[in-house]
Design a protein around this ligand. Structure first.
Ligand code: 0GZ
Length: 324
């Protein structure tokens, strides 16, 4: 059973950068950017921020004992304020690893969204049908499998297969997060997943390498060979090496990532999604202005048709297939 926790608007709201509940932020933690600029790029009506998270608040939804980092709070109310500021209509909230397989903060945010958010949960192999039904009723439509070693301990493949068998009848999909260097070893396992599959952040390419080279070529081949695979062309702020950063009004941020994202959007226009990744866990050297991240979009989806698919039609097909 998912227990209802006391609503956090009964408490004083967490201030920007705070962590409540007696947790200390990881050393060097960067807080999300307060007061983002209003985007210059006008998002199409019905746009979905298809990758974002909530953290805690720690006081109401404690972070998981097995977590690899402790963030600042980033509440549902703060996420929805960002949604409105940037001009998005809806969100897809992805369970963050700092909450492990405890989906209470996610479920609470989904319930508060009044149908304007769907979720991607993390579950263990022993999850029951009753728990899955409850997650489904709250708006969860997928599970996340994480292979990034700095974020999680490795879960054995047979556990993941067992989870897939449980979620497939619900029509859910699998979100996978991995580093480009691990794709060769995981390629066959990923290709055998029978549900839709969504790859986080383009499989984290090394953007100092050639967009036409073998590493990114393998990722493009993975998408070409598996028509059930989608990807998020998100996180330029994570992948960029030379920037410039989305700060101080910069309108050409993360130029080194543009050719990679643009290639994917143009080759697979019906299987791409985009999200802010707010509140941007584990960034080390800067925190982007989310308004300027939205201004990055027309550089990777260069026509109104591509923008409509990326931001509206594709997320709607995957997360609100019943209609707007
Ligand atoms: O690269 C990351 O650090 C990261 C972490 C998480 C998470 O902790 O869930 O999610 C993301 O999308 C990206």
């Amino acid at each position: 059973m998912i227990k209802d926790f006391p609503g956090h608007d009964t408490h004083a709201p967490a201030r920007h950068g705070e962590t409540t509940g007696g947790f200390d932020k990881s050393p060097g933690w960067l807080d999300w950017y307060d007061g983002p600029s209003e985007p210059t790029f006008r998002l199409p009506a019905g746009a979905v921020d298809a990758h974002c998270h909530v953290f805690g608040p720690g006081e109401d939804f404690p972070f998981a004992p097995e977590r690899k980092y402790t963030p600042c709070d980033a509440s549902a109310a703060q996420l929805f304020a960002l949604r409105d500021r940037l001009g998005f209509e809806r969100n897809v909230i992805v369970q963050a690893t700092c909450h492990g397989a405890d989906n209470r903060a996610l479920v609470d945010a989904l319930r508060r969204s009044e149908g304007r958010a769907r979720g991607v949960a993390t579950v263990r192999r022993d999850v029951t049908g009753e728990e899955l039904a409850e997650l489904d009723a709250a708006g969860v439509r997928g599970v996340r499998f994480n292979f990034v070693k700095r974020l999680v301990d490795r879960v054995p493949t047979d556990s993941l297969e067992e989870i897939v068998a449980k979620i497939a009848p619900l029509g859910w999909h699998v979100v996978i997060y991995f580093e480009a260097e691990d794709l060769p070893a995981l390629y066959d396992f990923f290709s055998a997943i029978p549900t839709d599959v969504v790859v986080d952040h383009m499989g984290r390419p090394d953007v100092t390498k050639d967009v036409d080279g073998p590493e990114f070529g393998l990722f493009l081949r993975f998408m070409r060979e598996n028509p059930n695979v989608w990807t998020k062309v998100s996180c330029p702020e994570r992948l960029s090496v030379t920037g410039p950063r989305a700060l101080d009004g910069e309108q050409h941020a993360y130029t080194d990532v543009v050719p990679f994202a643009r290639r994917v959007v143009e080759d697979f226009p019906d299987r791409v999604l985009w999200g802010t990744d707010w509140p941007h866990p584990n960034l080390k050297d800067h925190m982007p202005d989310d308004g300027l991240l939205v201004d990055y979009l027309p550089r990777i989806a260069t026509t109104p048709e591509l923008q409509q698919k990326l931001l509206v039609d594709n997320p709607q097909r995957l997360y609100w297939p019943e209609g707007a």
